[in-house]
Each structure stands twice: as C-alpha cells, then as structure tokens.
Design a binder for this molecule. Structure first.
Ligand SMILES: NC(=O)c1ccc[n+]([C@@H]2O[C@H](COP(=O)([O-])OP(=O)(O)OC[C@H]3O[C@@H](n4cnc5c(N)ncnc54)[C@H](O)[C@@H]3O)[C@@H](O)[C@H]2O)c1
Length: 391
C-alpha cells in the first residue's frame, strides 16, 4: 500500500474527534484523515473539510479510506468492526474490544475468516506505550524478577462526576455501555493485567452498582484473583474516590516492584525469597535487599503512538503494539469480575461466553433506571481526561 494511510474515523465524539484533530494537525506520520462518520450530523461539523457520512456503511463504501478507527459506544464495536473487516479495510477498535467475550469471539472469527490476509486488526491499547509497564513486562519476561507471588493494583484515580455520566445517554447503562468503571475506564488496566501477568484461573469479585453516582452500573469493584502458579491478586477500582491512587505492586521471588508515579521502584532481595525462606537458620531474619530505582522517560506516546504504529503495521508490516485479538483477555477478566458479583460466587476462567452474554441480556431486560442526560463534559473537558490516562 502506498503512503499515507487514509484513515476513516467512525464516531466523532470525544475520543474520535481527539484522534481526528491529531491527524489534521499532522501529528501522525504517514496518516491523513480520509473521511469521518457519525450518526449525529452536529458531530460531523467538527471536521468541516473532511468528507462526512451519516453511517459507517456509507463511509466503508466510499472508497475514501484504507483503514478505520471505531470510536463509537461499545456494543457497536462488534457490528462496525465486523463490517469493516468484511469490507477489507484495516481496522483499529477503541477499547474495549467488545462488551463481552461472545462479542469478542464474533469479531475475532470475522478477522480469522477475512478474505484479505494482510489486513491489520488492532486495538487502542494506548497504555501499553507507557515505558513503566513496558519495562515491567521486560523484567518479568526476562526472568529477572523470578516467579510472581502476588499482584495488587489499586486503580482508584479514575474519578468521574455526575456531570460526566450525564454527558451521554449511552454512558453507564447496561444497554448502551455494558458496564461502568470496569467497562469504560479500566479496560486499560485489565488489558495490562493480562499482558503482564496472564489471566487468572479464578476470580471472586464484589462490584458495587451506583455506589457513588446515580447510575445502574458498577462504579466500584474489589476483586480477588488466583493464578495458575498459585500467585494471588487484588484489583481495586472506583470512579468515586478523590484524589485516588494508582499503585501497582508485584511481589516476586526477587522482592517487590512498584509502579506508582515516576519510574519503577524495585526492592531486590540478594537471594531469592524462596531460598532464604528455606535455608536461613535465623527465625526472624529477612533477606538482604537493595533499593533499585529504575528510571523511565515520561508516559509514552499513548494514542498517537498507537495510531503511528497502526500506520507502520499497514505500510511496513511492523508488529502491532496492541493486536485486537489480544483484546479478548481484558474483556474476559472484566466480565469475570461482573459475573462473580452477579452469581455471588468464585468464577473459573475460561468463562462460558454464552452464559455471560445471557447475563447481559438479563441486565438489559431488567433495567429500570431512568438515565439523566444533560449538557456536561464536552471535548474541552476531555482533554483533561486524556492527560489523566497516562497516570
Ligand atoms: N483509549 C482511550 O483512552 C479512550 C478514552 C475515552 C474513550 N474511549 C473509547 O472511545 C469510544 C467512544 O467514546 P467517547 O467518549 O468518544 O464517546 P462519545 O459519546 O463522546 O462519542 C461517541 C460518538 O459515536 C457516535 N455514534 C454512536 N453510534 C454510532 C454509529 N453506529 N455509527 C457512527 N457513529 C456513532 C455518537 O453520535 C458520538 O458522537 C468508546 O469505546 C470509549 O470507551 C477510549
């Protein structure tokens, strides 16, 4: 394919428009804005000099794009993603890949059956560009940290106001968004959890629905995880706490490594914990340890880096930072937390995707909550939100 990639953006709301403006400002090498589509004609005015379409079908048939980003409400990721793949257009899906595992499987099945074998299928995993998580992954993969014993992620700095939830009719509803903090804010961390540590085999979670906000979906969750090697995990999140915390702490056989603020802090044991525990003759001794500060530079290129990598994958066959087929892992983890709450028991992975899809249908059917919608957070507020994403 010849450069530049002509990108179509489907859904020109907060996120789609942010991508569009970055491309129009020339921030993404070898990518231009070919067309945009939004059901709301007012949104198309955000890109007045770009061909605009009322539907994704018209955009896909227009011949004006080589690739698309799907930045619509979540259930449409599946439908539009499948249409884009079938149209032979390179496809980048905003997070989450879909609301639940069965929809992810449908999308992945469409990709696996694609006629065009060089089709690039990516997901907007912008937090995978953060050098702190990349470094942690390298250290884990290299064996330097030894076996993982415990993982704790407190990710409670996703604070959102009532005005945020009122800013879109689809937000924080079972039918529109398919969930709350696990479905909108935490797909980043849920993906990183599976990217760094793999999927647990068991999950016991307690989601709380509308605990801090006038919404029907979860705005708080505490989950206990068990991994195949016996390691345990705790994942705590909410959109109702301020200032909130973002601390990832991993206990391994070589001490403890923490991602909080700048860089990584590794308290490294001189010998492995397991060896010391077995061989020390002293009842109360602890392993000798060294404080290792691992500096990293900034928060990574985030969304623009993912867009640039998408162009590189299309034009040069470069490996993707976030292959979309990996997106099912974080979705399954979030689904497991919700299902554990609804079924009031420990759930085992892999989940039965049909049972999860049924549960979503029941949640939608039973929904009686009257959603408040008001003029609220707009694109100007959203700029603050994307800064927060790097934290
Ligand atoms: N990667 C990130 O950091 C990040 C941040 C925020 C949002 N997101 C994701 O981006 C997506 C959109 O979120 P948002 O905050 O921009 O929502 P939004 O409500 O601001 O925008 C959604 C837009 O999609 C349009 N739309 C709805 N259905 C459509 C359809 N079938 N065809 C075409 N247009 C349609 C709406 O009219 C609206 O303009 C979601 O998946 C969300 O989770 C990602």
């Amino acid at each position: 394919m010849s450069s530049p990639v002509r990108l179509g953006i489907i859904g020109l709301g907060n996120m789609g428009n942010s991508h569009a403006q970055q491309i129009l400002q020339g921030k993404i090498p070898r990518m231009v804005l070919g067309a945009v589509a939004d059901l709301d004609p007012e949104k198309l005015k955000r890109c007045p000099d770009t061909p605009g379409f009322a539907t994704h079908q018209e955009l896909l048939a227009s011949g004006k794009v080589d690739a698309v980003v799907v930045a619509t409400p979540h259930y449409d990721h599946t439908i539009i993603g499948i249409d884009a793949i079938n149209a032979g257009v390179h496809t980048l899906i905003e997070k989450p890949l879909s609301v639940h595992k069965a929809d992810c499987q449908k999308l992945i099945a469409a990709y696996e059956k694609r006629a065009r074998k060089d089709l690039v299928f990516a997901e907007m995993f912008n937090q995978r560009t953060d050098p702190r998580y990349r470094k942690l992954r390298d250290l884990l993969k290299s064996g330097e940290l030894g076996e993982i014993r415990r993982v704790n992620w407190i990710i409670t700095d996703w604070y959102r106001t009532e005005a945020y939830y009122a800013s879109g009719g689809w937000r924080a509803t079972w039918a529109g968004e398919g969930g709350g903090v696990l479905m909108n804010q935490c797909p980043h961390q849920l993906d990183l959890m599976q990217w760094l540590f793999g999927l647990p085999k068991k999950v016991r979670a307690h989601c709380q629905f509308g605990k801090w906000h006038d919404i029907e979906v979860e705005d708080a969750c505490t989950a206990y995880l068990e991994y195949p090697n016996g390691a345990t995990g705790v994942f705590i999140t909410t959109t109702g706490e301020a200032p909130g915390t973002n601390r990832l702490e991993v206990a391994t056989d070589r001490g403890r490594i923490v991602v909080e603020g700048d860089g990584l802090q590794w308290t490294r044991t001189a010998v492995t914990v397991s060896e010391h525990l077995r061989t020390s003759p002293n009842a109360f001794s602890t392993p000798e340890r060294w404080e290792v500060k691992i500096p990293t530079n900034g928060w990574g290129g985030q969304h623009n880096e993912v867009l640039g990598n998408f162009a590189d994958a299309i034009l040069d066959g470069k490996a993707l930072l976030g292959p979309a087929i990996e997106g099912i892992g974080g979705v399954e983890l979030g689904n497991a937390m919700l299902m554990s709450t609804l079924w009031d028991r420990t759930v085992e992975l892999p989940l039965d995707s049909a049972a999860v899809a049924d549960e979503y249908q029941k949640l939608i059917a039973k929904s009686r909550h009257k959603k408040k919608v008001a003029a609220g957070a707009g694109a100007s507020d959203f700029a603050n939100s994307t800064k927060g994403l790097a934290k």
